[in-house]
Every structure is written in C-alpha cells, then in structure tokens.
Design a binder for this molecule. Sequence first.
Ligand code: 5GP
Length: 202
Amino acid sequence: MSKGKLFIVSGPSGSGKDTILQGVFKKHPEIKLSISSITRAMRVGEVEGEKYHFISRDEFEELLKNDMLLEHNVFVGNYYGTPKAPVEECLNAGGDMILEIDVNGAAQVREKMPDAISIFIMPPSFEVLKNRLSGRGTETEEVVEQRMTAALGEIARAKEYDYIVINDQLDVAIDDLLSIILSERLRINRQKQIIDEVLEKC
Ligand code: 5GP
C-alpha cells in the first residue's frame, strides 16, 4: 500500500481556513485532520478533541520532553503542537492528513517531511482580515491586536508555500483546496505501485 499524503494548511487567524477545511472534510470525509495539543483556553463553542486537545503547560512540556511532537510553536503566548504518532499512523495506513498549523510549525514539518505539500490561505485583503478578526468577538482587543501583528508576519512568509488559495468566495476556495489535494493524489510517485501491479498481471 502506498503511503498517504501530508498537507500543511496555514493562514492568519481570520483568513477563514477553518471554514474552508470544514467544507473540504464535508466533501471528502476520508481526509483526516491532525488534532493539535494546545495550552490556549477553550473558546465558547469549541469541543475537546474535535480540533484541539486542550492541555496544561506542564502536560505540553511533558510531550516536548518525550519527543512526542512533530512540530510546535508558541503563538500569542500559548503552546501549539502536532502529536507525532497519529500523523505517522494515518500516513502509514495510506490515509491523507491535513495539519492546520502556523508558518513556524510549517517550516519545521517541511524540514522533517520534505514531501509534505503546503498551502497558504490568503484573505482577499487586509481590511477583510481585520473585520473578520474583530467581528469574531471571542477575544479581547489586546489579543485581536496581537493576532493582527502575527497575521502580517504570516502573510509575509506566504511565499514559502507550494500553493496559495485566496479566500474571497468560500465555495471557490473549498474547490481550490480540494483540487490541490486531489491532483497531488494523482502524482506519479503515488501511482508507481499501481503501474507495477498492472504490469505484473500482464
Ligand atoms: P487559534 O488559537 O486561532 O485556534 O490558532 C492560532 C494559530 O495556531 C493558527 O494560525 C493555527 O493555524 C495555529 N495552530 C493550530 N494548531 C497548531 C499546531 O499544532 N502547531 C502550530 N505550529 N500551529 C498551530
């Protein structure tokens, strides 16, 4: 069985990447999302284990000490990290997985797994990003400001990615992201085994 493919999806908070990803998983439920371990407080509406495992700083540091994370970063004062084992298990079983992580985490994963495909979700303009962030109402003004600064820094690093998807129209952005994933599945390095199997039967 050929290994699954790893996709990294980044974009500043407020770029709408969560909504795009929901659309992708709805159309293709076989694609798995990596559940990050994070130390940020749970927001209203968030559910433990759905997108994140909410853990303490001590628990996070224990994961780091035991080398159980594929990558990690500190974002606006909190730890965020990708548990290594579920990624390896999914890919080894031939499944495709998406890591929804920030630009620093993405750089670490590219280093360790150069075959990973990275996609940056861009807001159509800074104004739209600002409105989306402040309109969310889930964070204090100070945190919104910090996230804005982080957003500018992230956008400046968008050129490190393999693909850019602009989230101007949600349905188009979902289809764009899916097109990338589906095309990557058809790449020759994933098809070699099938070619061999067909030839063997001739
Ligand atoms: P939020 O607090 O808005 O859910 O996420 C803040 C930022 O952390 C987002 O840019 C998100 O992509 C990123 N993030 C989420 N999980 C991880 C992770 O496991 N590792 C890293 N490096 N970033 C993450």
